[in-house]
Design a protein around this ligand. Structure first.
Ligand SMILES: [Zn+2]
Length: 229
């Protein structure tokens, strides 16, 4: 019974963090401060009541429509809350408590970057680089190991840099992958690249858009990697 309660708490933590991440991404794209004004409807700009901020439950209680103006609530937030809540439970089940804490922070940081990229095709440089530096520092303390496969890392980094110079990949994608490489090693980087490329190909094969948000695909790759190693 205790375990079920704990998993439920982890699900709520994950879905609440996902709701916050979607809000961060949307506000970043619209150049709105993260804290002011408090949460509001995207259509009528009416300030939301407390119960309307509860992830998933608020969507069900309002039957998918804004209580004030009746407009349909964007599905993105609900889908991300559901997926990240479920992912958090799987990660908690898979990892030991210390690893879980670190990997959950990396996953949350990745999700916020993904939502920024999804909504605006760009990310906050400060959040990307500052977060990467902070988490690399924690990573060296938690994992207590230094990378030793520089023979693969350096050519791979050079290849990624070439892709950026040829404008086949964004610089934010490069920095994100360098973080993955330094924090989790070559296997994680290769898996992330492969998964992201296949994912982007599958979902955008018929798309005519020249530019697609790639960080959501990269994030999905490393998040999946956390579950299978
Ligand atoms: Zn509304």
């Amino acid at each position: 019974m205790k375990t079920v309660f704990l998993f439920l708490l982890i699900f709520l933590l994950g879905s609440s963090c996902a709701s916050f991440s979607v809000c961060c991404g949307w506000r970043f794209a619209h150049s709105i401060s993260l804290f002011v004004p408090s949460s509001f409807c995207e259509h009528c700009h009416h300030r939301l009541k407390l119960y309307q901020l509860i992830p998933l439950l608020s969507f069900c209680l309002q039957r998918g429509h804004c209580f004030f103006c009746g407009q349909q609530i964007a599905r993105t937030s609900t889908v991300v809350e559901l997926l990240f809540g479920g992912y958090s439970v799987l990660l908690f089940w898979h990892a030991n408590p210390i690893s879980f804490l670190f990997l959950f922070i990396v996953a949350l940081w990745s999700l916020i970057l993904s939502m920024q990229d999804y909504y605006s095709r760009t990310v906050s440089a400060t959040f990307l680089l500052g977060g990467a530096f902070l988490m690399l520092s924690i990573s060296f303390v938690v994992q207590k190991k230094l990378l030793n496969d520089w023979g693969i890392i350096l050519p791979l980094a050079a290849l990624l840099l070439l892709l950026v110079l040829l404008k086949k990949m964004g610089s934010a994608d490069l920095y994100y992958l360098l973080f993955v490489m330094l924090a989790f090693g070559t296997l994680a980087t290769l898996f992330t690249c492969l998964f992201a490329s296949l994912g982007a190909l599958c979902f955008n094969y018929f798309s005519l858009k020249k530019e697609i948000p790639f960080i959501p695909y990269l994030s999905s790759g490393i998040l999946l990697f956390f579950l299978i190693v």
